[in-house]
Design a protein around this ligand. Structure first.
Ligand SMILES: NC(=O)c1ccc[n+]([C@@H]2O[C@H](COP(=O)([O-])OP(=O)(O)OC[C@H]3O[C@@H](n4cnc5c(N)ncnc54)[C@H](O)[C@@H]3O)[C@@H](O)[C@H]2O)c1
Length: 313
């Protein structure tokens, strides 16, 4: 995860410098919500690679003992225009998304942040925890809250021994509003299609990582809150179209001009947090350049060490 965080930070910076780019995402619904595929592609000319990630989603797979999401990443060399490698898309997606949240929180959250709420105790809940624990060692308490209370308890039991410097606590869903008003950082990572984080709960100075909404129709945050925070995103075009910002944009509360890309902050081109009282929000939709840079660096390392690759996640 430490490597993935540096890699994703580099990808965002290259994107801000126009040394990286993404191409339009292709989505096809075989059966909406049940069987879907998407193709994300891009280049990092500044890092000498281009390529794509192809993912399939099938909601019935868990009953078959298969992962709901699976796919491949193909990395190509810009100079020679030759393939460098093909990787399993699932562990890379896990790592690069956890890294995205970590990069954004490290750049935008208050430096004295200690307490985090993670809403959604699924795969991304784990990835986001690993990312934040790696990037922000001064964090002290992590609250996990899932719409299914049993999921939060299972998550805490599973993750407890892994982070000796952190206190992990499961919070009943009935107490979500209360805990959301007490923490320094909130991460939302669910498949929700209606908002469950309300404007009135959020105190000044909070940073929010909105990770779950990465497709049209998905939603986690009240649009009125989106209109009253300082907005950051991975790609301005993507967050307006399919990120958490889509809903506030559709109702005319915000426009693309209100969004600062995280790479612009990391490169010092635009300001990030301006005061201890700002509420900052990072909207992540996921970019092929994150997958490609993490994959390319892993392949490079494996080649140097002359080893096979297995990412534990
Ligand atoms: N932004 C990105 O780059 C990116 C990358 C990967 C995944 N995602 C998205 O993140 C979301 C989560 O993915 P995942 O793999 O962790 O899913 P998952 O199914 O493993 O976990 C989701 C969890 O959220 C819980 N949940 C649902 N509604 C909730 C609510 N209102 N409040 C609290 N908890 C709730 C579920 O019970 C479940 O435990 C998906 O929408 C996925 O597409 C985004």
């Amino acid at each position: 995860m430490g490597d993935a965080i540096s890699d994703v930070e580099l990808a965002y910076k290259l994107y801000a410098r126009e040394e990286a780019g993404v191409f339009p995402v292709i989505v096809h619904h075989f059966e909406s919500g049940k069987r879907e595929m998407d193709l994300k592609s891009g280049h990092l000319a500044g890092a000498g690679v281009f390529g794509m990630k192809m993912l399939g989603f099938c909601s019935e797979n868990p009953q078959r003992g298969l992962a709901p999401l699976a796919g491949l990443i193909v990395v190509m060399d810009v100079d020679k225009q030759q393939p460098i490698g093909i990787l399993d898309g699932t562990p890379i997606t896990f790592m690069r998304t956890g890294a995205a949240g970590a990069v954004a929180a490290r750049a935008l959250a208050r430096k004295d942040s200690k307490r985090v709420l993670i809403a959604g105790a699924g795969n991304q809940g784990r990835a986001q925890l690993l990312g934040l624990a790696t990037a922000m060692p001064a964090l002290e308490e992590i609250y996990i809250c899932d719409i299914i209370d049993e999921n939060s308890c299972r998550f805490v039991n599973e993750q407890n021994g892994k982070f000796p410097n952190l206190q992990l606590k499961a919070v009943p869903y009935a107490e979500l509003a209360e805990i959301a008003g007490q923490v320094d950082i909130i991460v939302t990572c669910t498949r929700s299609r209606e908002f469950f984080i309300s404007k009135e709960w959020i105190k000044a100075g909070t940073h929010i990582n909105a990770i779950g909404a990465d497709m049209p129709g998905k939603q986690e945050i009240e649009p009125e809150l989106m209109a009253n925070v300082r907005l950051f995103g991975d790609s301005r075009a993507q967050v307006i179209q399919k990120g958490e910002c889509q809903h506030a944009a559709k109702s005319g509360r915000i426009s693309a001009d209100d969004i600062t890309e995280i790479g612009e902050v990391l490169e010092g081109m635009k300001p990030g947090r301006r005061s201890e009282d700002d509420i900052t929000l990072f909207d992540a939709t996921g970019m092929a350049i994150q997958d490609l840079i993490v994959s390319a660096k892993l392949l490079e390392k494996a080649k140097q060490l002359n080893i096979g690759l297995e990412v534990e996640f």
